[in-house]
Write a protein that binds this ligand. Structure first.
Ligand code: BJW
Ligand code: ZN
Length: 242
């Protein structure tokens, strides 16, 4: 299933960078964004994951996040998350860059996590920027407000917003300096995250994609392994380090 090149490069790697997307959490029961399963009520994620949508209808957007936070709180990391946690203990330097806001890598025990799109469990004030543990809308559907009076919003990165500076800097630095880069469970259409595998490739890393289906970067990477990350990643760890 795995090329000798991938096995040898991973064995010898001093630094491995991983980029994960919604696909890694799919086998835990978290819906991905694109395709039918990404729909909530009749909305596509891009209709809700932007500041204009929030300002126009904060109640609707909070409802979507409340629904997702509840769902996430009820699911567990899957063998794909666990394999990455194990990989971290086997590689000298291991950067786990994730686009996911679900916190499942942390729950699985991963340590060095770079969250590019924030964290759904936190909220932040639109006016003063103060952060707090996410507030669930109260029973009478009151919107969560900050002590300064500002509206609280989910502490995530929406379309058209800049990514946390420290996280994006660390992610590009990792892509530029790793020996092996694995892009896992992401459609690789959302930038700047989608540029990371390309940056790694240009810098000379072995770049391998693990995804259920081909993506827009499949023809640009060194190897594209089609299948479920919850099945492939444990096999990969076994093939390289057992
Ligand atoms: C499995 C599986 C299994 C399933 N095993 N696989 C350059 C070029 C073009 C556009 C832009 C550009 N630079 C910026 C833009 C605009 C925009 C963008 O990229 N748009 C594109 C869609 C065209 N980017 C931005 O706006 C970003 N900001 C920015 O660049 O700031 C600078 C700037 C400011 C102003 C103007 C211009 C520039 C911000 C992007 C923020 C994205 N936010 C979201 C929501 C986060 C909060 C939340 O969760 O609610 O992030 S959108 C959504 O997409 C979410 C995800 O993290 C992200 C990526 O999705 P992901 O993870 O790839 O999921 P899917 O569903 O797409 O794919 C899952 C894959 O898994 C599929 O392929 C399945 O087959 C597979 N799969 N089961 C393995 N078991
Ligand atoms: Zn405030």
């Amino acid at each position: 299933m795995f090329s000798e090149r991938l096995i040898q490069e991973l064995k010898m790697a001093q630094k491995v960078a991983i980029l994960t997307g919604a696909g890694i959490s799919a086998e835990s029961g978290v819906p991905t964004f694109r395709g039918e399963e990404g729909l909530w009520k009749k909305y596509r994620p891009e209709e809700l994951a932007n500041f204009n949508a929030f300002i126009q209808n904060p109640k609707l957007v909070w409802e979507w996040y409340d629904y997702r936070r509840k769902l996430i709180s009820e699911v567990m990391p899957n063998p794909g998350h666990a394999a990455l946690t194990e990989m971290e203990s086997l590689v000298p330097t291991f950067d786990l860059i994730t686009q996911n806001v679900d916190g499942l890598h942390r729950k699985a025990g991963s340590q060095n996590i770079i969250e590019l799109h924030g964290n759904i469990l936190q909220s932040r004030c639109v006016d003063c920027g103060v952060k707090s543990d996410a507030l669930v809308m109260s029973q009478d559907d009151e919107l969560p407000h900050c002590s300064c009076g500002g509206l609280m919003r989910p502490d995530v990165v929406w379309y058209g917003e800049t990514l946390p500076e420290e996280a994006i800097h660390a992610a590009f630095q990792s892509a530029r300096t790793c020996d092996v880069f694995l892009s896992i469970g992401t459609s690789a259409v959302v930038h700047p995250a989608a540029s990371l595998p390309i940056v790694a490739k240009e810098a000379g890393a072995l770049v391998v994609e693990i995804n259920k289906e081909s993506t827009v970067i499949s023809h640009l990477v060194d190897e594209s392994i089609l299948g479920l990350s919850g099945e492939i990643l444990p096999e990969l760890v076994k093939a390289v380090w057992d």
